[in-house]
Design a binder for this molecule. Structure first.
Ligand code: UDP
Ligand code: MG
Length: 310
């Protein structure tokens, strides 16, 4: 019998989990008719509510349910990694616990991989209904910038919801980096991917864990993780400033020789100093971002720490 591993990162999802479990069990039934079994891997990402108790309850009554519980909140990326590492199925599916990733698509995804020769089937939302306008605006901007800056392909509106073959799971696991940006990793490893589109649905219960600030930091993670373009920009800014300064020096010398009296120009001097100071700080900051990433990677810390596991 073939097996599909459903990996569900959960952070404070006690309200949403019962809905999710009910739906996924129904879908698992329809897969059983096709002689495909499922295993569910719930990754409790250091939840502060009773998520773990809810999961444990399922685990005692249902042998398809497995779980990993983190010692603290390590983030969704770490949860995904942990899930992929423990799953044993020929196929793995990443799925949110809030039913924003409709389980009803699973059958279509499975058929595409099984019969149409794809390595993975991914999903993207075509609408951002129910999302703050500013947030969608920034999200769009991020995808545009990111696609220009790096050589990985990022699809606007792409969800983490996807089904993939074992080869792809192994490829992802072979990237043990600490700073994980899964959307970028999917693009980077390649493979033949089919995209399914669907309308955005709002979460069934509970709240989104992503504040605007968290998303902003996540996007910086993506940029520094998959592009060194900012470093390039910093270098080119330096070159540009050198060229401008040479022109300015020539200008000043010529003016002094021709007209004399170079004592004026204090305000412009201040402007130039401030501008250059600003650019220098910016470039050092960019450099610092990459250095910080290198620093964290070089420590070789584990991506997550599991407290309990079944
Ligand atoms: N999640 C997680 N760790 C976190 C934040 C989120 O495991 O630190 C999980 C969360 O429980 C959910 C999924 O990631 O299953 C997506 O989170 P959410 O629905 O809040 O994000 P959104 O759908 O709003 O982008
Ligand atoms: Mg959600």
């Amino acid at each position: 019998m073939e097996k599909i591993s459903i990996i569900v990162p959960c952070y404070n999802e006690e309200e949403a989990l019962p809905f999710f479990y009910k739906e996924i069990c129904a879908v698992a039934e329809s897969f059983r008719e096709k002689a495909v079994e499922m295993e569910f891997i719930f990754v409790d990402d250091g939840s502060k509510d009773n998520t773990l108790d809810v999961i444990k309850e399922y685990a005692t009554s249902d042998e398809r349910v497995h779980y990993i519980s983190f010692s603290r909140n390590f983030g969704k990326e770490a949860a995904i990694y942990a899930g992929l590492k423990t799953c044993v199925g020929e196929y793995a599916v990443l799925m949110d616990a809030d039913l924003q990733d409709p389980p009803s698509l699973l059958m279509e995804m499975y058929t595409a991989v099984k019969e149409e020769g794809y390595d993975s089937v991914a999903t993207r939302r075509v609408t951002r209904k129910g999302e703050p306008v500013i947030r969608s605006l920034f999200a769009r901007m991020f995808y545009r910038i990111m696609n220009k800056m790096s050589d990985v392909d990022l699809v606007d509106g792409a969800r983490d919801y996807r089904l993939m073959k074992r080869v792809m799971v192994d490829a992802i696991l072979s990237m043990p980096e600490y700073n994980r940006f899964t959307k970028g990793i999917f693009g980077w490893i390649g493979f033949k991917t089919k995209w399914l589109e669907y309308q955005n649905t709002e979460r069934v219960a509970g709240e989104t864990k992503w504040s605007f600030w968290k998303l902003f930091k996540y996007s910086l993670e993506g940029i520094t993780g998959f592009s060194t373009m900012p470093l390039m920009v910093a270098s080119w800014l330096g070159v540009l400033m050198c060229v401008i300064s040479v022109i300015a020096i020539i200008f000043v010398i010529v003016r002094q020789l021709a007209f004399g009296g170079s004592a004026f120009g204090w305000p412009s001097l201040v402007c130039i100093i401030v501008l250059l100071g600003g650019i220098q700080l910016l470039c050092i900051g960019i450099l610092g971002q990459y250095l910080a990433k290198t620093y964290l990677e070089s420590k070789n810390r584990p991506i997550y720490i599991a407290k309990e596991q079944k």
